[in-house]
Design a protein around this ligand. Structure first.
Ligand SMILES: [Ca+2]
Length: 467
């Protein structure tokens, strides 16, 4: 259901979506800004937050997607966003030894997968990834091997640095590297500077490419712990977490301001989102659960789509959408066909983004894997957990009242939907016939920085710095 704000007349709404792509038929620019572990109600207008004016402005001028699902944790979430597929389809519903990839994992996004960046690059787009990648740190998995012209960032989470144990091998992670393309810039010792540094890189990329179509993917390392914020942002709110959220909002403002200064506002789709539900630090109201779970609080993201003149201002869609839909949507808007010869799970969201009230979700059923296991399915108002619980999200958004016993027909239907997914993607150690192979690094594992001998723990062997 879409609910235009009252100040917008129907005529204005229709004028907005009837507008041509651009006068010259130019390809639009795309910017995706993702804040790590941001909770649903951590920003305005999803929550009553006074220190996120730029995100609030995006919503005022664009569309709030109130039911945009991510995956429960970082690596699978990014795999879904980049490929338009369920993470399990591309082998990244987890890392090889943990729920996410750690430095030195042999697994990564298979170079044969077609990312949003690779697809758009073929359409003549300039492409940049700035921030947290988390789809493999071995050379063949880096952003520059997946269609990005350039990369700057920490290739995984900001807590996987010096002395942190790799959970399987009990070895320490190497020092945290800041990587440009495939070479180390420096060890990251002061994370306060990261959000401003990423933002400056993003602003420079936009300015440099203002004369051609571009795709900027800006997945910040914050507000994943450990928390940091620019020094000028610190100490101004109730907690460092709030300062980090405000820092992220500042970054959004800089991106919007740059687009407008360069005259690109009306030809750029900006999507703001989070990569999974918030942690216990966050506010996920009104949902149950946190990051890592398949309760709504682990999956829903405060997503906003902004494109002045194209997306009707101040609108809300409560229809089911997902990060998995970004690839088909951007492909469509760029005039490209989705990747062929392979199953793509996502759908083109442009009818929802540009359409009037009443445009329905393209999803008949949406599946929630947690690590290797299929845990739940959503279809219409219903969400069924394989534990046997059934919730009606139209009347019970907090998943508090199990209505399975009163709705045996719905339970039977949901079980048949679950069976359909299992026949395609499988479960546990057994991939289904629809799964494609994960990327596996060949040769010795490589690390951007050598391990810290001071920890006294044996390093991975062999260790080789690549830059
Ligand atoms: Ca995350």
């Amino acid at each position: 259901m879409q609910v235009p704000m009252p100040q917008l007349t129907r005529r204005q709404v229709f004028a907005a979506f009837a507008a041509p792509l651009s006068a010259a038929g130019e390809k639009p620019n795309f910017v995706i800004i993702s804040i790590d572990d941001l909770g649903y109600a951590d920003v305005s207008p999803f929550g009553k937050i006074s220190y996120t004016p730029n995100i609030e402005r995006m919503a005022r001028e664009g569309m709030r997607l109130e039911c945009c699902y991510a995956q429960p944790v970082c690596t699978p979430s990014r795999a879904a966003l980049m490929t338009g597929c369920y993470p399990r389809r591309v082998g990244l519903e987890r890392g090889s030894w943990h729920g996410v990839l750690f430095p030195g994992d042999r697994h990564g996004l298979n170079p044969r997968e077609i990312t949003i960046a690779r697809l758009l690059k073929k359409q003549g787009y300039a492409t940049a990834c700035i921030g947290k990648w988390h789809l493999g740190d071995q050379p063949e998995f880096l952003p520059t091997r997946h269609g990005f012209d350039s990369y700057l960032g920490i290739p995984y989470s900001n807590d996987m640095g010096r002395g942190v144990k790799n959970p399987q091998a009990q070895n320490p992670c190497p020092p945290l590297p800041l990587v440009r393309n495939d070479k180390v810039v420096r060890e990251v010792t002061d994370q306060d500077v990261l959000t401003p540094e990423y933002t400056a890189e993003a602003v420079a990329f936009i300015r440099k490419n203002k004369g051609r179509p571009f795709f900027l993917y800006l997945p910040h390392n914050q507000v994943h712990g450990p928390l940091f914020a620019a020094k000028s942002m610190r100490g101004k709110r109730e907690s460092l977490y709030q300062d980090a959220v405000a820092d992220s909002d500042w970054s959004v403002g800089e991106v919007l301001r740059t687009l407008e200064q360069e005259g690109l506002g009306k030809k750029t789709l900006v999507i703001f989102t989070s990569d999974n539900g918030g942690t216990i630090r966050a506010d996920n109201k009104p949902f149950r659960g946190n990051k890592g779970s398949v309760w709504e609080g682990g999956l829903r993201t405060p997503t906003i789509a902004w494109w002045p003149g194209r997306i009707p201002a101040g609108t809300v869609s409560r229809e089911l959408t997902s990060h998995i839909d970004f690839l088909p949507t951007l492909a469509k808007l760029a005039g490209a066909a989705p990747p062929s010869g392979r199953k793509i799970d996502g759908h083109d969201l442009s009818p929802i983004l540009f359409g009037g009230p009443g445009v329905k979700t393209p999803w008949e059923a949406f599946y929630f894997y947690q690590n290797r296991n299929l845990r739940a399915v959503r279809a219409g108002a219903w969400k069924y957990h394989v534990s046997g619980e059934l919730y009606n999200l139209d009347s019970d958004i907090g998943e508090s009242k199990d209505v399975a016993a009163a709705n045996p027909d719905q339970v039977a239907r949901m079980k048949s939907l679950i069976a359909r997914a299992l026949a395609d993607l499988g479960e546990g150690d057994t991939p289904g016939p629809g799964c494609r192979p994960v990327g596996r690094a060949k040769g010795p594992l490589r690390f951007f920085l050598p391990h810290d001998p001071a920890t006294g723990l044996a390093p991975h062997a062999p260790v080789k710095a690549v830059g």
